[in-house]
Design a protein around this ligand. Structure first.
Ligand SMILES: CC(C)(COP(=O)(O)OP(=O)(O)OC[C@H]1O[C@@H](n2cnc3c(N)ncnc32)[C@H](O)[C@@H]1OP(=O)(O)O)[C@@H](O)C(=O)NCCC(=O)NCCS
Length: 254
């Protein structure tokens, strides 16, 4: 996979899954990037006590609006979101093409976005840390099958495999949109370096694993990332916002 420069408007065709990567500090330097949030988003930003967390939330939300604006050919500030029960944002009905779906993740100043049409999508990004007790976390959060597979691997492969597992589980949960209402131990993903990304099994539902596809995303050194989408044709495109920031259309009459 190669990250490329996008050009507006960005057409998301049926079967396309567009993945965007952005350095939020670079985006924060773009003029106008902070003025596109809605009132409720601005209030939410104001509730972050730590200035850096507030700035990152603001930048990640603003850039979501820029990206969706480029796909919908509308000014970023005009986009309206609605939220599912467990917080997953989607485009408010009645205003835009309603089949456009998206999800986002950010970690330590890097952000990933996934955009597609007509099917659910989830994306997760984590910065890898060597100082975590992987075995203890795996025993707590992973399924028995995942924890056993992790323990079988050579020590040198365990950190990478741990983060493959973590981000794949999280991407699947985010695609489903139900968060931790789905117990983390009730489903298993692949994690070994020589195994393709996959949802392997879901307890109590033999059909469920076959409904989803998972991919690893190469977000950059020190990061692990995964994408999950409902099964179907998948033409993956990888855009790096920093290579070509897109100028959004202006509101009519401005
Ligand atoms: C809400 C949740 C998505 C948080 O994820 P996170 O890793 O803290 O944050 P990310 O940056 O990856 O994603 C956050 C974005 O996902 C979106 N989101 C929020 N709720 C969501 C949901 N229920 N489903 C999908 N996406 C959701 C939002 O756009 C949010 O960004 P914003 O708040 O800045 O608008 C949720 O899955 C969660 O809390 N998971 C628990 C983490 C955990 O213990 N994982 C163990 C994995 S083994």
């Amino acid at each position: 996979m190669t990250w490329q420069a996008a050009q507006a408007p960005v057409r998301v065709a049926p079967g396309d899954i567009h993945v965007w990567r952005a350095n939020l500090a670079d985006f924060q330097k773009d003029p106008g990037s902070e003025s596109v949030l809605s009132e409720d988003e601005t209030q939410r930003a104001g509730r972050f006590r730590v200035p850096q967390a507030r700035a990152r939330f603001t930048a990640a939300r603003s850039l979501l609006r820029f990206i969706l604006g480029a796909c919908l050919e509308c000014p970023p500030a005009e986009i309206r979101f609605a939220y599912r029960k467990h917080g997953k944002p989607f485009l408010a009905p009645g205003l835009f093409r309603e089949d456009l779906r998206f999800n986002l993740s950010h970690s330590h100043g890097l952000a990933l976005y996934a955009v597609c049409t007509g099917r659910e999508v989830g994306i997760d990004l984590e910065r890898m840390r060597a100082d975590r007790d992987h075995e203890r976390l795996a025993a707590r959060f992973f399924s028995a099958r995942e924890a056993a597979r992790l323990a079988e691997l050579p020590a040198a492969q365990r950190q990478g495999a741990f983060y493959h597992c973590w981000t794949r589980k999280e991407a699947y949960l985010k695609a489903r949109g139900e968060g931790l209402a789905i117990p983390l131990g009730s489903f298993s993903v692949s994690l070994a370096p020589d195994e393709p990304a996959a949802l392997l099994e879901v307890a109590g539902d033999h059909q469920e694993a076959g409904r989803w596809r998972l991919w690893s995303v190469d977000a950059g050194p020190d990061f692990a990332a995964a994408l999950a989408a409902e099964r179907g044709p998948a033409n993956l495109r990888f855009w790096d916002w920093s290579l070509s920031p897109l100028v959004p259309p202006s509101p009519p009459g401005s």
